[in-house]
Design a protein around this ligand. Sequence first.
Ligand code: HEM
Length: 453
Amino acid sequence: MQWLFNLPTAIWRRLLLILQGLWALIWLIAAGIGALLGKGGTIGSRLGAAIGGPEGQRKVFAVLRLFQPNLVIKRKVIASYPNNGVTAIATRHTDVTDILTRDADFGVVYGPRMEMITGGENFFLGMQDTPRYTRDTSNMRLVVRRDDVPTIVTPYVSTAAAEIVAMVPGKIDVPQALTQPVAAGLLDRYFGTPGPSQAAIAEWTTLLFWYLFIDLQADPDLDARAQAAAASFRDWMDGHIAARRKGRKTDDVLGRCLAMGSAEMPGMSDRDIRNNLIGLLIGELPTLSATANLALDELLDRPHQFAAACAAARSGDDATLAAYVFEALRFRPLNPVVYRRAMRDTSIAAGTLRRRKIVKDSIVMASNLSAMFDPLAVPDAPSFRTDRPWETYMLWGYGMHACFGAHINRAVLPAMLKPLLAQPNLRRAEGERGQIDKAGTPFPQHFHLEFDT
Ligand code: HEM
């Protein structure tokens, strides 16, 4: 009889899928007409501005979820990693999670560029489900411990962010003054790898993250800059590891690695330590900084929710503050898709009407953004709500390769923003300065806010 009670919910969710898809289609048509008739720039640039932003992306995915949940196109979307020129885009929650857990069918692509960065070796994000993957992730989990989050990571971030905000005179360029320095400070204080300077470590990690994950068109200029950054990064890490071996013992991530290396644990030679830490550092700095800015920007666009988040920051209600930050990120995740390559001929959504054959070497994009708005899986998906279960959020991947820093992210992002959100009358600076400026990179580099002192 249970099915009888589930039937109304199932019908209602499908109705929402249809209504939301149709509404998104109308929205996109209106945006398209607006771009066609608009002035300034080319039609392409006007169209990009109208539907290329986060809201436009969500509308495109709503249409796809209804009409073509698993779209397959004969177009080479990614030139930076080998593939056969066919690209599939999965949009429904059930297919996205299915793809990201079928590691034997859909493998990670990043190996070749990881090997360029380390000068030969792969890093575990670029590895398939192999014994080497298990060894390396296990080693790194022994040094980056979950226990450290409440005892070292969060206290450091809270103190550092509060000190910075206390020092600025009512005006702050958030990425430059707050989020990059705090993320870089964590690399120093917790990882034991400060880099030759904060500017250098920020530049290397940002450039190499861009090269690994965002440079889909394989820009030769970026390639040259990434090669140079990787060589400098390796040289600095080699020198730093050698110096740390001679110096006094410190209980930070690098110190723990060195102890494991001294105990001759497999996969923990100085070269292995260098390569693993380079991988972690690239994952840490640009992502934490960028994501904090995206959350802030999304909240500022929603005055009601922004006021509630600020009130939570002021009253020390950390759980409520975190709920606002992560719900904001559901609307603005750093990455809207996670991509894989088909390891063999296979299919998505087998046994359903939306089944698609996937030929070996096709690129498969699983949209985590779309999954988080799928009305078949997420109740009241279009609304901004702070009572969602944590499992709703697919903000940093899913499955075997889900973010190594997940627990760090969950603690650090609200802690980093809290002292700023607690300031009276926090607002955007006037004009363009109060909008995110990526300064030619894929990440926020300038974002000016003001508050009363
Ligand atoms: C909010 C900040 C962050 C975001 C948005 C983010 C995003 C992601 C995503 C989407 C993936 C999955 C990639 C894929 O499956 O292709 C991932 C994996 C990974 N992230 Fe993060 N990340 C963040 C912070 C961090 C931090 C702080 C670290 C380091 C402590 C880190 C290290 C890694 C590593 C090593 C992996 C690979 C995990 C594996 O292959 O098992 N990330 N991250």
